[in-house]
Design a protein around this ligand. Sequence first.
Ligand code: PLP
Length: 294
Amino acid sequence: MAWRFALMIDPAASDDGRTDYDATFTQVDPSAPALTVGELSTQRGDGIFESIGVVDGHPQEVTAHLERLAHSARLCDLPVPHLGQWRQAVARAAAACGEGEAVIKLILSRGVEHGPTPTAWVTAATAADFTAPRTDGIRVVTLDRGYGLATPAQAPWLLLGAKTLSYAVNMAALREAHRRGADDAIFTTSDGFVLEAPTASLILRRGDTFVTPAPNAGILHGTTQLSLFEHLEAQGHEVAYETVPVAALATADAAWLVSSVRLAAPITAVDGTPVPHDAALTAAMNAYLLSPRD
Ligand code: PLP
């Protein structure tokens, strides 16, 4: 990861009516230590984050990411981030990104143990080269997430719709996918429905309809999926949120994992069985996703 920029944010200083938040930021060396040992983000994964794609210095879908950060904060009983302050921090980070693709991360942690305020920071780094997954596609395996479709509503303390820093399970699922000879995973419910990937949303094409699993508190509502659905609808396609049975993966006309930085990666095999791959449509989707989007 080539770091480009890091900014500590003082979230406590955001609420006093100012419009310029520069004085609430401290730029730090991204390769030097910046957190204290009492940080609850590192001790417990107790915090939330966002990853924003940046193309030639333009941060994509900033409002959607800030709204999801605020949504995650509400679910986690964290102070709701001040959107003006975070928007200005994103602009500072984007200005450090230069040409090409980059990723800006926003992190809001519960703070230091027994400390008075949350800890917040923003980083910018060069993105990895995702040409191969975008063009050649990815093989996925289905992995049981271990809960039923009704669980998120029955157990909101599992925080299943929040983008929390506790991604150890998501990373373990990716390692399991690699052990099984695949590139990525699709989580399924224990009662046989499709959810999302560990770091991406799933979109299926069924004829002229694009379908994604309904984000009913069990999965994140992906900003990339939302943006693509708007674009596809504007082009005259049907889009739908549905409860998708696992069997639908094998019968789809095409399928993608979509996310803010890797963008649209076409699925070429599910659990070792090849599935159709629409190269032209994927290229058009990625051309749209790489264009400046607000
Ligand atoms: N689902 C999960 C679990 C994710 O971690 C992500 C992104 O990291 C997504 C879906 C896709 O979200 P977005 O399109 O906003 O990147």
